[in-house]
Design a protein around this ligand. Structure first.
Ligand SMILES: NC(=O)c1ccc[n+]([C@@H]2O[C@H](COP(=O)([O-])OP(=O)(O)OC[C@H]3O[C@@H](n4cnc5c(N)ncnc54)[C@H](OP(=O)(O)O)[C@@H]3O)[C@@H](O)[C@H]2O)c1
Length: 259
């Protein structure tokens, strides 16, 4: 293993660890020797990820919480500190979407999307950032944005698009605030990849096929994504290789935003 990409022994917190992205990242990072603290709301799904990692000899600690409140995000960070004595990296992979036209969307639904995507990211950064600063050894934060943070399509994303634009702003603001502590803060910007949120787009039914056929010409690499497509950038952003990269939203989208 090149020291550039060496994650062995690094204490990394992942929220949304039961989702397509969080779970794939957890299994990948555990395979690279990282010591993980995995958080999500669904205890059974979390136990399942934990069992997979332990079966393969990986190290992980589980905490059945979402970063909904400061008490939750503090508890997630404390779990990592109590278990491993430090936090070296954070991946906020928790998030949600409620696609609806603005006329049909209740303000509470808009808040639900903003809370999951923006407030959760902000709270988790606040709680994991404090010990990272105190440790004085730098650190790595990876947030999950989307091509929707930059674009206004498709229709019905009046909560999701601004929530991801806010994640982009948070990325740049914290990179500025924490550069002095050698803590890098970056975001990844995927286009559609296979998950619970997007499973319908991968179906063979006519509505899904029509939607795929419409979006594929806009993707130069000619396909939708898989969670595995995002692992290279996540490893890079958590590893020493990215030590001089901060405040960036990196699109891993098959070239979607190039067009
Ligand atoms: N899939 C895509 O095409 C795509 C594209 C671009 C960006 N993204 C972003 O990638 C991230 C991961 O998404 P995914 O596709 O892996 O989704 P997913 O499979 O649905 O997983 C979402 C994760 O977030 C947690 N979660 C669900 N609702 C939540 C809420 N209201 N508050 C806090 N946590 C919640 C879920 O765990 P529990 O229910 O167990 O708590 C789960 O672990 C999200 O930020 C998403 O916006 C996804």
């Amino acid at each position: 293993m090149s020291p550039l990409f060496d994650l062995s022994g690094r204490s990394i917190v992942i929220t949304g660890a039961t989702g397509a992205l969080g779970r794939t990242a957890a299994i990948t990072l555990a395979g690279l020797g990282a010591k993980l603290t995995l958080a999500a709301g669904s205890k059974d799904d979390l136990d399942d990820v934990g069992a997979k990692i332990k079966e393969r000899g990986g190290a992980c600690r589980l905490i059945a919480r979402r970063p909904d409140t400061l008490a939750d995000s503090e508890a997630i960070a404390a779990e990592a500190l109590d278990t491993y004595g430090r936090i070296d990296g954070l991946l906020v992979a928790s998030g949600t979407n409620i696609p609806k036209m603005i006329g049909e969307m209740a303000p509470e639904e808009w808040e639900q999307v903003m809370d999951a995507n923006v407030r959760g990211s902000w709270l988790m950064c606040k709680s994991a950032g404090k010990p990272m600063i105190a440790q004085g050894r730098g650190g790595k934060v990876v947030l999950v944005s989307s091509v929707r943070g930059r674009l206004g399509t498709p229709r019905g994303y009046s909560a999701y698009c601004p929530s991801k634009s806010a994640v982009d702003g948070l990325t740049r603001a914290l990179a500025t605030e924490w550069g002095q502590h050698r803590i890098t803060v970056n975001a990844i910007g995927p286009t559609v990849f296979r998950s619970k949120l997007t499973a319908w787009m991968f179906d063979d039914d006519p509505k899904a096929s029509a939607s795929r056929v419409q979006s594929l010409p806009r993707i130069p690499l000619g396909r939708l994504g898989e969670p595995e497509d995002l692992m290279g950038i996540i490893v890079y952003l958590l590893a020493p290789a990215s030590d001089f990269c901060t405040g960036q939203v990196i699109y891993v989208d098959g070239g979607y935003t190039a067009g």
